[in-house]
Design a protein around this ligand. Structure first.
Ligand SMILES: [Zn+2]
Ligand SMILES: [Zn+2]
Length: 184
């Protein structure tokens, strides 16, 4: 298998591959140049990464090795957490370094904020990046109406936040669309 084939096979979100075994996947990985695949993974939005077959196979394996149990004994709503060491190995999770099986409650406690909220924040910041990517650098600007990808009200809200973060500068003509200038 080539790195491209591996990416096609294991690194698209929400594929129904029937998630093969970890052992099989590691066998495949051993036979290919991982550096290319790793740099691909590092480019993925984390939220997207968590929905790939690659991660599903690995997280299943971690749960299996933990006997389908959190450290607190709970067996429900199991999730796999990246420790700091695990984060350092992002892009090579199949080595199973720094990944631990936790129930949702312990996982949330560990992060200090509910995971759902963290995910929401991540999605919001991804959305802002997508908006920013549509705004040209330099003297040209873009009208708010031509920004695509989210509802008008959400785009407006995010643009407001980005203005206070000093990423954009907004001209608000009285009877016209907002004009968005990029600052950073
Ligand atoms: Zn975590
Ligand atoms: Zn627990």
């Amino acid at each position: 298998m080539t790195p491209e084939e591996f990416i096609f096979e294991y690194l698209r979100a929400d594929q129904d591959t029937g998630a093969g075994s970890h052992e099989t996947m590691v066998g495949v990985i051993k036979a290919l140049d991982w550096t290319e695949v790793k740099s691909y993974i590092l480019e993925l939005k984390y939220f997207y990464f968590l929905r790939t077959s690659y991660w599903l196979i690995i997280s299943q394996e971690i749960k299996r090795r933990s006997n389908w149990k959190c450290a607190c004994g709970c067996r429900e709503n199991l999730q796999v957490h990246h420790t700091d060491e695990g984060n350092q190995h992002h892009g090579e999770e199949h080595l199973l370094i720094g990944l631990v099986c936790l129930c949702r409650k312990c996982h949330q406690n560990l992060h200090g904020i509910p995971i759902k909220l963290a995910e929401k924040r991540r999605q919001r910041s991804n959305r802002k990046e997508e908006i920013l990517a549509q705004i040209p650098f330099g003297p040209s600007r873009i009208s708010e109406a031509s920004i695509s990808g989210s509802s008008f009200s959400l785009t407006r809200k995010l643009l407001g936040e980005m203005e206070s973060e000093r990423k954009v500068w907004i001209e608000r003509p009285l009877y016209d669309d907002w004009q968005i200038n990029r600052l950073s």
